[in-house]
Design a protein around this ligand. Structure first.
Ligand SMILES: Nc1ncnc2c1ncn2[C@@H]1O[C@H](COP(=O)(O)OP(=O)(O)O)[C@@H](O)[C@H]1O
Ligand SMILES: [Mg+2]
Length: 269
C-alpha cells in the first residue's frame, strides 16, 4: 500500500507564497506515482486559481456548498461546530465518508486519477463570511483510497474555525518574504498547540543558496521542521503571468524529492 493513501494534507501559508502552485506540483507528482488524488480548493476568494494551474481550464465544477444545501444548511463552524452531514441532515461525513457516486458529476472535475472539488466562492457583497465553506473544507471526507490535498486561502483564520481537525499533516509554504516567515511561525505554533500529527515547511520560490540558508537558519532556530524546497521557476512564474497550467518543469523534480521524503516519513512511522 502506498504510504500516503488515506492522508488528508492541508497546505497553508501567506497569500502569494505559492500554496496553489505547490499543491499543483504535488498533485502532478502524486498522480505520476500512481496515487488517486482528491484536490479540494478551499480558497473562497480566488475564483479560478487552483483549477487553472492544474488543468489549464476555466470550466468550473459547481461549488460543494450548493450540494450540501447552501448557507441555509451549512453554518460557520464557530456558530455551529456540529459536523457536516449529508443534505438530509443524516450521517456525518466524518463518521461515514461520502462516496464519489453520491455526488453528481457537475460538482467535480475528474482528470485521469485526479478529482477536483471547489468548496465555494464569495460572489456577492454582504453575502456573509466564508465560514460555511470552512466547514466543508474541514469535514469533506471522501471514501476510498485517495490522498487528499487541501488548498486554502491565506492567513490563519481557518485555524480558528477548526479546519485542521481532520487533517493528518499541515504543510506551510514559505517564500522569501519576511511576512511569510512570520505567518509560518504562527501557523506552526497553532499546529503544535492543536497537536497536529505532523507540521512542516516547504520553502518556495528560492532563487539562491544564500537565501535558502538564511531562511532555513531562521526556521531551525524556531524549531520548525523543513520538508524540502522548490526553487524559483520561470515556468511557474510564466504560468502565473499568462494564466496557463503549470507544465512539466524542474520544480516537478524538486517536488518529487519532497514527496519521496514524505513517503519515507510515513513508511517509517
Ligand atoms: N517556485 C516559483 N517560482 C516562480 N514563481 C512562483 C513560484 N511559486 C509561485 N510563483 C508565483 O507566485 C504567485 C503566487 O503563487 P500562488 O501559487 O498563486 O500563491 P498562493 O496560492 O499562496 O496565493 C503566482 O504568480 C505564481 O506564478
Ligand atoms: Mg492560492
Amino acid at each position: 500500500m502506498k504510504p500516503l493513501i488515506g492522508k488528508r494534507i492541508l497546505i497553508c501559508g501567506k497569500g502569494g507564497s505559492g500554496k496553489s502552485s505547490i499543491v499543483t506540483l504535488m498533485a502532478q507528482v502524486l498522480e505520476k506515482k500512481g496515487y488517486p488524488v482528491i484536490l479540494i480548493d478551499g480558497d473562497a476568494s480566488n475564483p479560478v486559481g487552483l483549477l487553472r494551474l492544474v488543468t489549464g481550464g476555466t470550466v468550473r465544477p459547481l461549488p460543494l456548498i450548493e450540494f450540501f444545501g447552501g448557507r441555509e444548511m451549512v453554518l460557520c463552524p464557530v456558530d455551529d461546530p456540529a459536523p457536516l452531514t449529508r443534505i438530509d441532515g443524516s450521517r456525518a461525513l466524518i463518521d461515514e465518508p461520502i462516496q464519489i457516486d453520491e455526488i453528481p458529476s457537475c460538482y467535480y472535475i475528474r482528470d485521469n486519477n485526479l478529482v477536483f472539488f471547489q468548496v465555494g466562492k464569495i460572489k456577492k457583497a454582504y453575502e456573509g463570511c466564508d465560514g460555511p465553506m470552512s466547514k466543508i473544507t474541514r469535514d469533506f471526507i471522501v471514501e476510498g483510497d485517495f490522498i487528499t490535498l487541501i488548498d486554502v486561502e491565506a492567513g490563519v483564520e481557518h485555524f480558528g474555525r477548526g479546519i485542521e481537525k481532520n487533517v493528518d499533516a499541515v504543510l506551510i509554504v514559505v517564500n522569501p518574504v519576511f511576512e511569510s516567515l512570520e505567518v509560518a511561525k504562527r501557523v506552526y505554533e497553532l499546529c503544535t498547540s492543536m497537536q497536529i500529527e505532523y507540521a512542516t515547511v516547504i520553502l518556495n520560490s528560492i532563487r539562491d543558496d544564500d537565501t535558502e540558508t538564511m531562511i532555513r537558519n531562521n526556521l531551525t532556530k524556531n524549531n520548525i521542521d523543513i520538508l524540502g524546497s522548490v526553487r524559483y521557476s520561470h515556468e511557474i512564474f510564466s504560468s502565473g503571468l499568462k494564466g496557463t497550467a503549470i507544465g512539466y518543469c524542474g520544480a516537478f523534480e524538486e517536488m518529487r524529492n519532497i514527496i519521496d521524503t514524505l513517503e519515507a516519513l510515513y513508511n517509517h512511522g
